[in-house]
Ligand binder design. Sequence first.
Ligand code: TRP
Length: 340
Amino acid sequence: MSVLQPIRPVILTGDRPTGPLHLGHYAGSLRNRVAMQHSHRQFILVADAQALTDNADNAARIRDHVVEVVLDYLSVGIDPGATVICLQSALPALAELTMLYLNLVTVARLERNPTIKTEIQMRGFGRDIPAGFLCYPLSQAADITGFRASVVPVGEDQAPMIEQTNEIVRRINRMAGRAILPEAEAVIPSAGRLPGVDGKAKMSKSLGNALSLSASAEEIAQAVKRMYTDPDHRKASDPGNVEGNVVFAYLDAFDEDVAEVADLKTRYRRGGLGDAVVKARLQAILLAMLAPIREKRMELARDRAAILDILRDGTGQARCVTQTVLEEVREGLGLFTLPG
Ligand code: TRP
């Protein structure tokens, strides 16, 4: 039988397994991955090695979340028959590519990476930044190129990583004199990032403003209740602000009835629409969306061995792919290889 398979573009994404994935991950990236898994060749990396770059003293946190993150993937609809789910630290080719890339970039360039720069400031690292953390953009470049990915769905804060990856890709292709590696494109959700329930720009477990994917009906109700709206919108009859209003940000992200949301916004702005009404709508939408995810997760969690099998199988497939790429990069760079 000769069926010509169309060559599907390769997607690679990853998540640091430092906590359960939440609604922000879902809106920002997981949904895209589910939608694209059949039109693309998709790999998802559980980035446990990268997680270690700022958790060196906290291996247990990472260890305990590897299986949890795989459960999150499967419960939102990532299909292990269509998507390869793999474990970063079990792919030595990625570590070797990282070693090679370390020689192709300067410390000055690493320090200029806007995401790294912000993190250094936020955490007050100064010069005491772990070297692994400073260099994690290269590990990420290894992840992306190790699968020859051309599409990388990520949050906007990760765009500088893709830019830095492409600099390395161009450098290697130039050195090799041929296109060994493809350039990658970041796919960033147009809606922007989902705010935390408290109105802070970022939803994050550590900020305590996240809604986890396995949230119960009770937790969803609580989160919606405390959700930040417009502090000046005291009475239903007051005109209200839609911008910066978390309830509307979530409706924009999850309500499929776009016309109805537009209408609600008009009425809210004009005055006469109370927070309670909009919140009730959002609560119903979140419940309907998250209940099947939570149920599927509970069911899958009963068979831990099956989850490990999925991860083991995916990692095996990924090992072949990444090893081949490593060999081609080594050859392209003209490195000595000890004959077998
Ligand atoms: N840095 C990403 C994050 O913190 C995780 C990640 C690791 C990743 N390797 C990747 C994302 C490769 C995209 C591609 O979310």
